[in-house]
Ligand binder design. Structure first.
Ligand SMILES: C[S@@+](CC[C@H](N)C(=O)[O-])C[C@H]1O[C@@H](n2cnc3c(N)ncnc32)[C@H](O)[C@@H]1O
Length: 239
């Protein structure tokens, strides 16, 4: 009678937590997103699998319907896993699902996952902080139209300094880069766009702020902007 909101990690099935894998192997029902599909072989053979993920070109399952499925499954089964890409509470609408379960009186808990915020830069050999280079990192959604966000907000971001990590920004990267340039970020600022991190399809596109918009970056991608994006620890001798 518990719904476990489990972070699946960024894609590589070895990057789910031990607790997440144990719950997945014992769940009666697994309700999963598209980016969590590589983890499904870890589910018990008899488990009911419910795919609520968005596929390119297909209509997404409304969030209200996902909430309803979770509440119903939580009332009927002993162990329900809601498997979400990365961490369930990072741009994943996990908070809305938790609120729906709480409102319905269905017990739930949250099993954190390795977010693509950290996994994608790491897989590309990019450290998000480096002493003397970047003392902070800021995580943004790239889903909103960058033109509709006031320039003062972009200027505040540039003034803050540090590394910028953009999720859901593949299709808006040209606009995001334009806004950052308009806000005073140097055109030569390094950018690393990491596609499908930790999966066999992983690809890293390296560029600069004034050029990244011309490079087609397929989704899913995590985009790292800042001086650290020029680093590739994988090519440093001895590392
Ligand atoms: C709806 S958000 C969910 C984020 C997720 N909760 C997390 O913590 O990673 C989906 C976005 O995460 C990023 N993402 C997820 N998996 C990724 C991967 N394997 N490689 C690069 N970026 C990924 C992309 O920016 C994608 O558009």
């Amino acid at each position: 009678m518990t719904v476990h909101l489990v972070g699946a990690g960024p894609g590589d099935p070895e990057l789910i937590s031990v607790r997440g894998a144990r719950l997945l192997a014992s769940a009666d029902v697994v309700v999963h997103d598209r980016l969590a599909r590589p983890l499904l072989p870890l589910a018990a053979p008899g488990a009911e699998i419910v795919d609520v993920g968005k596929s390119p070109g297909s209509a997404p399952v409304p969030q209200s319907e996902i909430n309803r499925i979770l509440v119903e499954a939580g009332r009927r089964y002993a162990c329900v896993v809601r498997l979400k890409g990365g961490d369930p509470l990072v741009f994943g609408r996990g908070a809305e699902e938790a609120a729906a379960l709480a409102a319905a009186g269905v017990p739930f808990d949250v099993v954190p996952g390795i977010s693509s915020v950290l996994a994608a830069p790491a897989a590309a050999g990019v450290p998000v902080t480096v002493r003397g280079t970047s003392r902070s990192f800021t995580v943004l959604t790239g889903h909103e139209d960058p033109e509709l966000i006031p320039l003062a907000w972009w200027e505040a971001l540039v003034t803050l300094g540090g590394t910028i990590v953009v999720l859901m920004g593949a299709s808006n990267i040209a606009g995001i880069a334009d806004r950052l340039c308009s806000a005073g970020m140097p055109a030569a600022t390094p950018v690393a766009a990491v596609h499908a991190a930790t999966t066999p399809a992983q690809h890293v596109h390296r560029s600069t702020l004034d050029r990244i918009g011309a490079i087609p970056v397929p989704s899913p991608a995590t985009i790292v902007i800042g001086d650290v994006a020029a680093i590739d620890l994988r090519s440093v001798p001895g590392v």
